[in-house]
Design a protein around this ligand. Structure first.
Ligand code: SAH
Length: 484
C-alpha cells in the first residue's frame, strides 16, 4: 500500500511539476526549486537552518519524547524522531524553564524525565505565565487575546513512545529515556500520554516474558524489541501499534498478535518496524504489516487524514482543531482567495482552507510530508490544492519574481522561525492577510518586527496551549497590509 502510494505521489508531483498550468510561467518551478535546493548552497542554508531547530531536535533526548521537545521533533523530523542527543534549548525554553522548573511530586519521574516542566503549577497558573510571557514578547505589536487552554490538560498526546530494556536482574522494563542519557526510566503511565496507549505498552511488556522475547541490547545488537510506538486517532478511535524490533525474525508472531488483540480488541492495526542499525533513531526503514491496514484514519476540522507509522501529525488533536479554527477565523476566507500554505507539513492547514478558498498552494521541505499531503488530498477528493516539495523562502521568492500574487498566506515555520528572504517574498506577493502560526514566541517576535518594517501590522493574536504542563505554546497572529 505504502509503496503504491509513494509511487503515485512521486508521479503526481512530477507531472504537476512539468505540466501544471496554474503556476504557469514556472511550470517546473517545483522541480527547479527542488533542484536548486539540491544543488546550490541554498541546500546548505536549508540544512543549517533546519539543524538549528530540527537539529536540535535530531539530537533530542528522552524528555523530547514526552513533552513538547518531542513536538519540535515531530514538527521537523517527520520520520524518526531521534531518541537521544543533546538539543540546545531555545531562548524561549530556557527562559520558561528558569521561571518554572521545580518539583511537585505529582509525577514520580518528573525530575529525571524533564518533559513536564510546569506540572508543579496548577493549570490556571501555567496559562497565566504563558500568556504573560507571550505578551511580553509580542504585546508591543498589538493586542494579544486571552490564551486558550484545555478543559482537561492531561493525557492529550496521541503519539506515545516507549523504549524497552531490561534491568540488572534481567526484568523487562519500558518507559522513557532519562534526560540527557540513554537510560530507560521505567514508567507505566504519563500525565501527557493517551491512557489507552500506555495500557497497551504495559500489556506488551508483560507479554514479552511469556513469549520468551528479549529486549534489544543497544551495545551488543542482540535481542528483539527496541521500542513500541502507539498512535491513536482522536475522532475515529482507531489505534496503531508499531513494534520496533532489532531483527525481522519474530518468533511466535501470530500467537503474539492474537494475544495482544485479545487483551486490546480495539487495536486497529499492528506494524512491525525493523530497526537493525546502531542508531538513536526510533524507527527503521522496513515495515511489515502484521494486522490491519498498516495505517489509521483520523479526522480534523472535517477532513480525513491517513496516519502511517512515520507520518507527521500534530500530537494534541483537541487543540489542533482549536488552532486551525482560529487560523481560519484570522484568514477570513470568502471562497475566492488564492492562498499559500507555507511550511505546510502534510498539508492540514491548506486542506482545511481549501474548502473556503479559490485555490491553495502548499509548500514544504520534507518530501515524505509532501507525499502524505498528496495522499490526503486524494483521500479527501480536494481538487483546488497543489503541493510542492521545496524550500518555502526560495519557492515564494521565485513566485514573487515571476510577478505572482496571493491573497492570503498561512505560514507555520519551525521553531527557528522564518527568514527575511521568505518575508520579503511574502511582501512582494502583497497578500492582504498573513496568518502566522508559531511554536516559538521569541522567533515570532523577531519576524513580526521585520513584517512591521515591511508594511504589515498585527491585527489579532492569540496563544493556544497545545502542550499543557510543558513550557511550550503555539501562537497565531493575523497580519494585515497597512495600505489596505
Ligand atoms: N503546518 C503544518 C506543519 C508545521 S511544522 C502543521 O500544522 O501540521 C513546520 C514544517 O516546516 C515542518 O513540516 C518542516 O518540515 C517544514 N520546514 C522546515 N523548514 C522549511 C523550509 N525552509 N521550507 C519549507 N518547509 C520547511
Amino acid at each position: 500500500m505504502k509503496n503504491a502510494d509513494e509511487k503515485k505521489s512521486i508521479k503526481y508531483t512530477d507531472r504537476k511539476n512539468s505540466v501544471k498550468n496554474d503556476v504557469r510561467k514556472s511550470s517546473n518551478r517545483g522541480n527547479s526549486v527542488k533542484n536548486d535546493v539540491r544543488k546550490s548552497s541554498m541546500r546548505n542554508d536549508v540544512r543549517k537552518n533546519s539543524s538549528k531547530h530540527t537539529g536540535g531536535e535530531n539530537r533530542v533526548k528522552n524528555a523530547a519524547e514526552k513533552g513538547s521537545r518531542k513536538h519540535i521533533a515531530e514538527k521537523n523530523s517527520m520520520n524518526n524522531a531521534k531518541a537521544k542527543g543533546n538539543r540546545k534549548h531555545s531562548v524561549w525554553e530556557n527562559g520558561m524553564n528558569n521561571a518554572v522548573r521545580k518539583s511537585s511530586g505529582k509525577c514520580s519521574v518528573e525530575k529525571k524525565c524533564g518533559g513536564c516542566q510546569m506540572i508543579s503549577l496548577d493549570y490556571k497558573r501555567q496559562l497565566d505565565i504563558k500568556q504573560k510571557k507571550v505578551k511580553e514578547l509580542i504585546g508591543q505589536f498589538g493586542k494579544v487575546d486571552k490564551i486558550i487552554g484545555m478543559d482537561c490538560p492531561y493525557y492529550y498526546r496521541n503519539k506515545v513512545h516507549a523504549a524497552f530494556d531490561h534491568d540488572r536482574k534481567g526484568n523487562v522494563i519500558s518507559g522513557i529515556y532519562e534526560e540527557n542519557s540513554h537510560r530507560v526510566i521505567p514508567i507505566d503511565s504519563c500525565y501527557l500520554e493517551d491512557q489507552k496507549a500506555d495500557a497497551i505498552i504495559v500489556t506488551i511488556r508483560n507479554m514479552l516474558k511469556s513469549f520468551k522475547l528479549k529486549t534489544y541490547d543497544e551495545d551488543t545488537g542482540y535481542g528483539f524489541l527496541r521500542h513500541v510506538l502507539i498512535r491513536t486517532a482522536h475522532k475515529t478511535g482507531q489505534i496503531m501499534v508499531v513494534l520496533v524490533t532489532g531483527t525481522p525474525v519474530f518468533p511466535s508472531k501470530n500467537n503474539f498478535i492474537k494475544a495482544l488483540r485479545k487483551e486490546h480488541p480495539d487495536i486497529t492495526t499492528i506494524v512491525q518496524n525493523v530497526n537493525d542499525k546502531k542508531t538513536s533513531m526510533i524507527l527503521g526503514e522496513r515495515e511489515i504489516v502484521l494486522y490491519g491496514k498498516g495505517f489509521i484514519i483520523d479526522e480534523l476540522c472535517g477532513r480525513t487524514f491517513k496516519i502511517s507509522p512515520k507520518s507527521f501529525y500534530q500530537v494534541n488533536s483537541v487543540q489542533t482543531e482549536v488552532l486551525y479554527n482560529k487560523a481560519m477565523e484570522f484568514a477570513a476566507l470568502t471562497g475566492k482567495e488564492r492562498v499559500i500554505d507555507a511550511y505546510c507539513g502534510i498539508g492540514t492547514i491548506g486542506m482545511v482552507a481549501a474548502a473556503k478558498a479559490g485555490s491553495v498552494i502548499g509548500v514544504e521541505l520534507n518530501k515524505d510530508a509532501v507525499r502524505d499531503a498528496v495522499t490526503n488530498k486524494k483521500f479527501n477528493k480536494v481538487s483546488n490544492i497543489e503541493f510542492y516539495n521545496a524550500d518555502a523562502g526560495k519557492f515564494l521568492n521565485d513566485m514573487a519574481s515571476e510577478g505572482e500574487k496571493a491573497d492570503v498566506i498561512f505560514m507555520d515555520p519551525p521553531r527557528s522561525g522564518s527568514t527575511e528572504v521568505f518575508i520579503d517574498a511574502v511582501v512582494n506577493m502583497s497578500p492582504s492577510r498573513v496568518v502566522y502560526v508559531s511554536c516559538d514566541p521569541e522567533t515570532l517576535a523577531r519576524d513580526l518586527k521585520y513584517f512591521m518594517k515591511k508594511g504589515y501590522e498585527m491585527k489579532k493574536a492569540v496563544t493556544v496551549d497545545m502542550f499543557p504542563n510543558t513550557v511550550h505554546v503555539e501562537t497565531i497572529v493575523a497580519l494585515h497590509r497597512t495600505d489596505m
